[in-house]
Ligand binder design. Structure first.
Ligand code: FMN
Length: 376
């Protein structure tokens, strides 16, 4: 029996997570030029799978080549991508305790950039970049002009998400998260800052939700019934005239009706006019509001760094999972330290058990599980 919510198991559909700690999706800009995973992904995801987190996500993984953020982003747009991803999943399962999630993504009008450590500037089509797809021919400030998707283009993107989900299943992932946040393609249908369409995909909030909802339905239709499917949203654009938390509640309700298993509440990314009050737990109120008003499980993310902070978010019913991004990169053993702090149990590879504070002195024969319960 765990002592905390943080380390209590939970189940979505037929998948049980050992605890509520999630490694947030994080772009690594380390795939090869065709979107294939490299040794970096094996190392990055492999060590995080052994971190004690209940769930580890891949980075935003592109369903089409033009849906990459940079030319070095991970892809799943062809059957050829499956083998490398399956190797990583198998490797993580052999050596780690985490469930494995894939974030499916399309960058839309925010793709075609250089990697962040080269300043992340937009590249023009033919000059290292490519023609981006968007709801409308409206450029993200300072970036190249995208092309508006017509009916055939919309169908193509929808099919690309669907086919990618089939491949993610073939690669062995336990869960998919659709990336509907941060100003990328699906979010850009929701926000008036990017969507100027006059057809049934633009105008009213209902129309703007139509395409992302149809993508969700296409993925849910092929993703196995027993496996969970969640959606990451930007709950607000943080700017006058943009997407709002109230619209997010409506969107979450529509997703829930279509079989969505959780909402990850992130925010921002669609405009340079955003004013974000960044601080500890700053996005948690969105997860809380959606959970309360829609009755769907939520995942909180954004500057969650302290074990007690994470525990309180769960214990006060603000969210069902806590996702950590930068905190896990900086301290990949965060779940171990949090468990030791609370005297709770967490996955340790047997090879590393002797690093636990309770093992540093004396009696090595006492079972490891009993030792963890002592805390540090
Ligand atoms: C290096 C890096 C890459 C990221 N890539 C993605 C991504 O691929 N998909 C996504 O939804 N969010 C991405 N994010 C955002 C994180 O998932 C997370 O929401 C954000 O960093 C806030 O959480 P934190 O304060 O715990 O880092 C990225 C963040 C970082 C730092």
């Amino acid at each position: 029996m765990s002592k905390t919510m943080l380390f209590s198991p939970t189940t979505l559909r037929s998948v049980t997570f050992d605890n509520r700690i999630v490694v947030s999706p994080m772009g690594q800009y380390s795939a090869d030029a065709e979107g294939f995973a490299t040794d970096w992904h094996l190392m990055h995801l492999g060590h995080l799978a052994a971190s004690g987190a209940g769930l580890v996500f891949t980075e935003a993984t592109a369903v089409e080549p033009r849906g990459r953020v940079s030319g070095k982003c991970l892809g799943i747009w062809s059957d050829d991508h499956v083998e490398g991803l399956r190797n990583i999943v198998d490797f993580c399962r052999r050596h780690g305790g985490a469930k494995l999630g894939m974030q499916l993504a399309h960058s839309g009008r925010k793709g075609s950039v250089t990697v962040p450590w080269e300043k992340q500037v937009g590249m023009q089509d033919g000059e290292g970049g490519w023609l981006m797809a968007s709801p409308s021919a409206v450029a993200y400030p300072g970036r190249p002009m995208p092309e508006a998707l017509d009916e055939a283009g919309l169908a193509q993107v929808r099919e690309a998400f669907r086919d990618a989900a089939i491949r993610a299943d073939a690669a062995g992932f336990d869960i998919i998260e659709i990336h509907n946040a941060h100003g990328y393609l699906l979010h850009s249908f929701l926000t008036p800052f990017a969507n100027a369409r006059t057809d049934s995909y633009g105008g009213s909030p209902e129309n703007r939700m139509r395409f992302p909802l149809s993508v969700f339905e296409a993925v849910r239709a092929v993703w196995p019934e027993r496996k969970p499917l969640g959606v990451r949203i930007s709950a607000t654009d943080w700017a006058e005239g943009g997407w709002t938390p109230e619209e997010s509640v409506v969107f979450a309700r529509e997703l829930e009706r279509r079989g969505c298993d959780y909402i990850c509440a992130s925010s921002g990314g669609s405009t340079d006019k955003q004013k974000i009050p960044v601080g500890p737990s700053y996005q948690v109120p969105f997860a809380e509001q959606i959970r309360r008003e829609v009755g769907i499980p939520t995942m909180a993310v954004g500057l969650i760094t302290q074990p007690q902070q994470a525990e309180d978010i769960l214990a006060y019913g603000q969210a069902d999972f806590v996702a950590l991004g930068r905190g896990m990169l900086y301290n990949p053993r965060w779940p171990w330290h949090a468990a030791a702090h609370f005297g709770d149990e967490v996955y340790f590879p047997p090879q590393y058990e002797r690093s636990h504070p309770s093992m540093r002195a004396g009696d090595f024969l006492k079972p490891f599980r009993e030792r963890q319960a002592v805390g540090s």
